[in-house]
Write a protein that binds this ligand. Structure first.
Ligand code: MG
Length: 386
């Protein structure tokens, strides 16, 4: 499905999430709420892989959480007072980009499938606009005060979904000349006389609006085994002993007659765990995200690294199922601190303590750990697509 005019590498995606709607309950706008452990908006973004550019339009007050969630992997644009204005702000940033097409998607539709997206891209071969929809199959009534006043023919009626795809310059021109007040971009395209093809939508491509929509969406995620993706990662780290009176291990300060040598706080257990998460995500290692050549990480608390990896796994649509960390040393004794260490790691990761294990072993006085020259650590994590 990649050969068409609107190939992913020439197409931008605009994800509109500037609303402050709290109808879905919980006080937080729905796109920021967790759906099976991952923010709705992160799921909506994760559905669009391989596109030339992904722009997320946020309420101006949401720019800081947006930066923290996406860490520069998408372009953030501040929305306007209305939906039209928000979309137009994003489209204006694409003027002169050389891209040919754009898909405009509602940030509250996190379950959009490759099939729906590919259908829109394919239809853009034959029309300047294309959008998914479902034919109305239920009977339609007019009513008032819980009484039926009459029926309405359903022939030729469709329920519109997103992403709505367009020739980029055509939809930009249409937005520039539109007076405002459109409920979606097909309405803007129609006002400009653009031909819009109807492609196949899916019942599962729901727009989360009400509290019960979260329950329905979680059920849809749960029953669809094909969406489940399990990723394992491992990490290994070593730090040498040096002069000192304590070591930092898994976020716990343990008194000792030596310290650990390192650029940061030399928390060997936390480093192994952080690398295991980066490894599961195929995102390199700590050194790539926090270069040791950068003086700002000198003496840094390793919590920064682990918290970053935890944010990244959530932003990429995963949740941590479990983590297992082994510390390898003769001394200090780890056992008395193991529960506190697991609890601290769980706190930073934002998971229940029973999902994190910290244990220790000696190397029977063999090798560098046996000679008490340093401490080694290995860690394993399992991430599950959420
Ligand atoms: Mg290290």
């Amino acid at each position: 499905m990649e050969a068409g005019v609107a190939a992913r590498d020439r197409t931008a995606v605009v994800i509109v999430a500037a609303g402050r709607g709290t109808r879905a309950g919980d006080g937080l706008p729905k796109q920021w709420r967790d759906l099976a452990g991952v923010p709705v908006l992160a799921r909506s973004v994760a559905a669009f892989r391989g596109f030339a550019r992904v722009i997320v339009v946020l309420h101006p007050e949401d720019m800081a959480p947006g930066l923290s969630l996406f860490q520069g992997r998408v372009v953030l644009v501040a929305g306007g007072a209305t939906r039209d204005e928000s979309v137009r702000n994003a489209l204006e940033t694409l003027d002169g980009s050389g891209l040919t097409h754009v898909l405009i998607h509602d940030g509250a539709r996190p379950l959009v499938s490759d099939r729906v997206i590919d259908g829109v891209l394919a239809a853009l071969d034959g029309a300047p606009g294309a959008a998914p929809a479902l034919a109305v199959t239920d009977s339609l009534w007019r009513g008032e005060n819980a009484r039926v006043l009459g029926t309405h023919p359903r022939d030729g009626l469709f329920r519109a979904q997103t992403p709505q795809g367009f020739d980029l310059s055509a939809i930009l021109a249409a937005h520039r000349s539109h007076p405002g007040g459109a409920t979606d971009d097909v309405a803007v395209a129609q006002a400009a006389g653009l031909d819009v093809a109807i492609t196949e939508g899916e019942e599962e491509n729901i727009k989360i609006t009400w509290p019960e929509d979260f329950i329905r969406a979680e059920r849809l995620l749960g029953k669809d085994g094909a969406r489940m993706d399990i990723r394992l990662g491992n990490g290994y780290d070593v730090h040498a002993f040096c002069e000192g009176d304590h070591v930092m291990l898994c976020g716990v300060r343990v008194p000792h007659d030596r310290g650990l040598l390192g650029h940061s706080d030399a928390d060997v257990g936390m480093h192994a765990l952080t690398d295991a998460i980066y490894g599961a995500l195929a995102e390199g290692d700590i050194g790539r995200h926090f270069p040791p050549s950068d003086p700002q990480w000198k003496g840094a608390a390793s919590e920064i690294f682990l918290a970053h990896a935890a944010e990244l796994l959530r932003a990429k649509g995963y949740r941590l199922s479990n983590a297992d960390v082994t510390l390898i040393c003769e001394r200090p004794k780890i056992g008395p601190h193991a529960v506190a260490m697991a609890a601290e790691l769980a706190r930073i990761l934002g998971v229940a303590p029973d999902r994190v294990s910290v244990k220790a072993t000696t190397s029977e006085r063999l090798g560098f750990t046996g000679r008490e020259e340093g401490i080694a650590s290995i860690a394993t994590v399992a991430l599950v697509s959420a």
